[in-house]
Ligand binder design. Structure first.
Ligand code: DGJ
Length: 757
């Protein structure tokens, strides 16, 4: 995998010191345990970017050792050389006590290994020593490691982003032995933080309940966050943050304060992989914290023949001195500038209409045209027809795999509908679920052998569907061809790419038994390659990653897709907390948020259209309601608010996000603020769940404005108290703040500030 983060930014802003001794290219195997005179002790590698510095070095034994990760150090500061730690006790070997930069399982390692290998002769001991270093650009380098006696080489890749200081790390494992080896565990990176008290923040969920933010002290033992599902998963997301506790002397876990929103040091990480993954967070015997992340070792076994390589995904890591809020702002800008397909300047998402909640599978030409006319009348930019248009698709029992138009529903194909949508001033999008197949489909009848399965074992269905084995070259080529034709034959601007189940029985019996577990890697690589080729052949087509909601959201898929569907749960109140959790890891630009019907199908909760609109306007806005049921007043409200959204969209989805009041933990109130990066505009949303005991909305003090500039207040929804000024300085809005009148159940307000001078 190529490092996605290309270093396009100016070098001048960053000081990069690569301190290694030229000419030292290898270390003799079995370097004596203590040889302080060895020249390699002087080797320290340092990467600087944004407000952070990352450093590691080679110790006396020839091991690569973590040295520093945190706030940016002075350009002239010399980072002390690496020194391996001595044995702590007879139970803790020097190898396990030394903070290895990328540890292999061997030599008495008791902490989580980055790499574990079984050799053809049964040997499972692997000890990596430094061989050489190569600067690949002014802000990136590669380190070559090798086992002390066997021909296993590991290349560690590092690239730091000049602006954010976010570091991209990955590893390439190469077998130069004469015999094959099996890689049983391969992390992209390990990260070490020095002894201190820390708290862990991570995201978990379930279908229709994604994006719960969890916070807990890091205490003894290990915390595993993972997916074993062959995909990213709803249950946990491959992102985490670790905060240094404000009170380092607090004795017990329960009294420790945890992560702060706008203050304190935070280290964060996100894995760019859409298959099974695992993070292990350890609090080791030295009170250090170590994070290991990469392929999930569960059921893993990647056979490497002689001369073959295995490349891991990229594990991104960053540092902020401004709490979780600062960390998420860094990530948002990094995703926009380096990850998304349209980086460094992705277009704000069109406001979409989607048919799913209105019609489900009952799509046909007249029905979709009627919805499209209504959607166009309120200012929608893109009309998306969801599930139901293809094969014999009437329910979820049939049709997946047959990506041709259903002639009963669309007798003249898709063209008349697409032409109508264009005539209404919108572009057209279509739902597909390419990796799936219903047993009741022409494709399955023709190719029952194309699904993931163990021969002679049952094929477990979920939603009446099976998973196509995309690891197979013929399946990969077939899908790419079918989708290419669909996009060539129809004027389609957008694909909503769905994925509605996880793997079971992940067999791949067309390859030898000892190669079948490669399915965990090859499937995802082929998925990425199809997406990349479609984008290359159809550069104007945009793609959404959906997996029954937020089951496939990660920095891997986001290199190929422009937006994601965070959840099938569109209840506007539930969405406040879900959107809050989502934005700790991902930019609001990609967070699609539809306004749907009330009462909501999931919770039965009734809310006003204005509340629903404002909840969705915090991200990339869409409408998913049945417009055939709307009143004239509904159309007027939606039209007014879509216009207001269009006017401020860039600030909302591309600005700096501040979470003024969190909706988590049953909070009565919540509020977010987005400030454009040039500080010319700010937009605030505020929500009240239900007024209790007459309590008023807490004072809102804005953040991130220019204190000296003058800002004018404009209401998007709601009204100001009479004493609120129409215009005041940034200092006034940030210090004096504003008091809202929000009384009752499910109330919402939104307003913006525009800089006058
Ligand atoms: C699951 C998605 O999350 C929904 O939005 C919708 O597209 C359905 N699949 C269609 O089957």
């Amino acid at each position: 995998m190529k490092l996605k983060m290309e270093l396009r930014t100016s070098v001048a802003a960053v000081i990069f010191l690569l301190q290694f001794m030229l000419g030292v290219s290898s270390i003799p195997a079995q370097t004596p345990a203590a040889s302080p005179a060895s020249p390699i002790t002087a080797q320290v590698f340092r990467l600087d970017g944004g407000n952070s510095t990352y450093a590691f070095g080679v110790n006396e034994r020839g091991e690569l050792q973590a040295l520093y990760w945190g706030g940016r150090l002075g350009a002239q500061d010399k980072i002390p050389a690496a020194h391996s730690s001595p044995e702590m006790a007879s139970f803790d070997s020097p190898y396990t006590v030394t903070p290895q930069e990328y540890s292999a399982w061997g030599a008495g390692l008791f902490t989580e290994p980055a790499l574990k290998v079984t050799f053809a002769d049964g040997n499972r001991d692997l000890v990596l020593h430094f061989v050489s270093a190569k600067s690949t650009s002014t802000q990136s380098l590669e380190i070559l490691l090798k086992d002390i006696s066997c021909q296993i080489y590991v290349t560690l890749r590092y690239a730091i982003d000049a602006e954010s200081g976010i570091l991209a790390r990955s590893a390439i494992i190469e077998n130069k032995e004469k015999q094959p080896v099996v890689v049983e565990q391969a992390a992209a990176a390990q990260w070490t933080l020095p002894p201190a008290r820390y708290s862990l923040t991570y995201l978990t969920g379930r279908w229709a309940g994604e994006w719960s933010l969890n916070q807990e002290p890091i205490i003894g033992a290990a915390r595993v966050i993972e997916s074993r599902r062959g995909t990213t998963g709803h249950q946990a997301n491959p992102w985490l943050a670790i905060s240094r506790d404000a009170n380092q002397s607090a004795p017990g876990a329960s009294s420790r304060p945890g992560a702060q929103e706008e203050t304190g040091e935070v280290w964060f990480g996100a894995l760019a992989w859409s298959g099974s993954w695992r993070f292990t967070v350890e609090h080791d015997q030295r009170d250090s914290v170590r994070v290991t992340g990469g392929f999930n070792p569960f059921d893993f076994g990647y056979k490497l023949k002689s001369g073959e390589k295995l490349e891991t995904p990229i594990f991104y890591g960053g540092y902020s001195a401004h709490g979780l809020g600062g960390a998420s702002r860094l990530l948002h800008h990094f995703e926009l500038a380096h990850i998304l397909p349209q980086a460094p300047d992705p277009k704000p998402r069109p406001v979409i209409y989607n048919s799913w909640e209105a019609t489900e599978f009952n799509v046909d030409e007249p029905g979709q045209v009627a919805l499209a006319e209504k959607a166009a009348s309120i200012g929608v930019d893109r009309f998306v027809m969801d599930d139901g248009w293809f094969g014999q698709r009437k329910t979820d029992h049939a049709g997946l795999g047959d990506w041709y138009v259903n002639k009963e529903k669309f007798p003249n194909g898709l063209k008349p509908l697409i032409d109508k949508v264009h005539a209404l001033g919108m572009d057209f999008g279509l739902w597909v679920e390419p990796e799936m197949i219903n047993p009741d489909s022409d494709l399955y009848r023709k190719h029952p052998e194309w699904v993931l399965n163990f021969p002679g074992r049952p094929r477990s269905e979920s939603r009446n569907q099976l998973v196509l084995n995309l690891a197979r070259a013929d399946v990969r080529d077939y899908l790419e061809n079918v989708l290419d034709q669909l996009l060539t034959q129809n004027d389609i601007a957008f694909l909503k790419w769905d994925y509605n189940r996880n793997w079971s029985e992940p067999g791949w019996d067309q390859v030898p038994v000892d190669e079948q577990k490669r399915v965990y890697v090859e499937f995802i690589r082929n998925l990425y390659s199809i997406l990349a080729e479609l984008r290359q052949k159809h550069p104007k087509v945009e793609i959404e990653s959906c997996s029954g909601g937020g089951g496939r959201v990660d920095l891997g898929i986001l290199s190929y897709t422009d937006e994601v569907w965070p959840s099938d749960n569109t209840d506007p109140f539930d969405r406040l907390a879900m959107q809050d959790g989502f934005t700790y890891a991902y930019t609001p630009q990609i967070m699609m948020a539809w306004v749907t019907d009330s009462p909501h199908w999931l919770n039965g909760r009734a809310t006003s259209l204005s509340y629903r609109m404002l909840s969705s306007m915090q991200g990339s806005l869409g409408i998913g309601a049945n417009l055939n049921h709307w009143t004239a007043e509904d159309f007027a409200t939606a039209k007014r608010l879509i216009a207001a959204y269009h006017a401020a969209q860039r600030t909302i989805v591309r600005g700096d996000l501040y979470r003024l009041l969190s909706p988590r933990d049953g909070s009565e109130f919540s509020s977010t603020e987005s400030v454009s990066t040039d500080k010319k505009q700010a937009v605030v949303f505020a929500f009240s769940h239900s007024t209790q005991k007459g309590r008023g909305f807490p004072l809102l003090q804005w953040r991130g404005l220019d204190p000296k500039a003058e800002y004018q207040l404009t209401w998007i929804e709601g009204t100001a108290r009479p004493e609120t000024p129409a215009s005041a300085s940034g200092a006034w809005w940030m210090n004096h703040g504003i008091q809202l009148e929000l009384k009752g159940d499910f109330q919402a307000a939104a307003f913006r500030l525009d800089r006058q001078r």
